[in-house]
Write a protein that binds this ligand. Sequence first.
Ligand SMILES: [Zn+2]
Length: 267
Amino acid sequence: MHDHNILGSCGAFLRSVASHWSGGGRLHDDAAQAHELWQTSMVSALLEGVYEGDVTYAELAKHGDFGLGTFNDLDGEMIAIDGTFFQLTSEGTAHVVDPMQKTPFAVMTFFTPEVTRRLEQPVTRSELYARLDDLAPSRNLFYAIRIDGRFSRVLTRTVPRQAKPYKPLTEVVQTQPTFEFTNVSGIIAGFRSPDYMQGISVAGYHLHFITGDRMGGGHVLDLTIEDATLAVDHSSGLHVELPETGAFLSAGLNKAGTSDAIKKAEG
Ligand SMILES: [Zn+2]
């Protein structure tokens, strides 16, 4: 994967310069941050109904310009692209997030794509995953994935806002609103996580979508791409920030059946 010729070194140099550029017009001083994911809480906590966190979106923005997650009270899906956070609501709308909003779960990175691939032919979801697998060869590393394209169909869901006492995620998704977008342009942001991370992360692909007009989107359940550009960035580091307060402290996070529950909840 690593090219040691002059061009390769030059590319690596450019990337390390780019990796210091954290967006928002400031530099960050940790080169490793560019290839690290920063996550608050864990997926198995969402499964247990831990829908309140203390992390603001202002804080999240310090840890990446790209990512996905949700909101306190499970109030919709989040997608972050180019440093802008969007809230995809269960009414099917989308708007820019207020920095003071909080999240119980999010995954962020500073996206610096290493490989891009143009898709000129229509592909289904399983075909897309096969193409992405070619660009993300190690099952044991994390990869951030961005897809800019035109979609003949994207089926999404968006979790609806919950009130206390919170129901577990597997119950919430039984009545989740789904949305079908046809013949739209848009952007997908997400991650492929190693299978051994199931419970902390969603093992495999976890992708969120927003339309080109930034009016709607959600957690991707299915899609057909018309044409698109795929961009992939590997991560060999994961920082997990665990909540120190609230329901997280007593939640059962190592239950039998977690993997099946995540597959059911995250599609
Ligand atoms: Zn999701």
